[in-house]
Design a protein around this ligand. Sequence first.
Ligand SMILES: [Mn+2]
Length: 227
Amino acid sequence: MARAIALSDIHGCNRTLLAMLDLLAVSKADTLYFLGDYVDRGPDSKGVIDTIWRMQSEGYQVHCLMGNHEAMTVKDYDEARLTGRADLGDAHLLSSFFARSILEVPVEYLNWMRNLPRFAEIPGYILVHAGLNFNEQDPFSNQDSLIWIRDWYNDLNREWLEDRLIVHGHTPISVEAVKTMFKRHAELPVQDIDSGAVFYTSNIYGKLCAFDLTNRALVFQPNVEYL
Ligand SMILES: [Mn+2]
């Protein structure tokens, strides 16, 4: 059966992403939703974006949202262009492009990051990198909040949300905490799926989480970047 699957916060862990796609046995009938933070921190930011582009060109259905790390990368690039500053951009991101400055990152990668949408609505779910700002009349309206907000669960408006579940990344929580949230959707209709894949030395993080939205199941792939 065709599935909708959400993943988040890959942070340059391309080998781990590929292992996860294998573990999930993703097919072209499935639809993948990536909730942002493809780049920075991990070893292969370029490789993650290349994997996404390759899959899309091969006919896989991959939808990508923006994370705050894409927004920061674009901001750094724009600032470097304006000021000539050479010290901008995450060192891991730059090394994945063999770039000495962010201005050497090919512009198609920057343009891709710049144009990513910040949330998606599909039946039963709202997908977003960081979360929603329920202090706004329209929780989708605050563009910064969608990619940056933390500690927003207390403001959740269940009447506005209706019977939907909000799925997000951005704030790493332990694998156990991801599983605990998963059991408590009736109490809190939110699922954080960032189990800190990039923090490979930790025993509480260090796994990439996939949320099978169709079958309501979690799948975890341990970080394999440095094996
Ligand atoms: Mn983030």
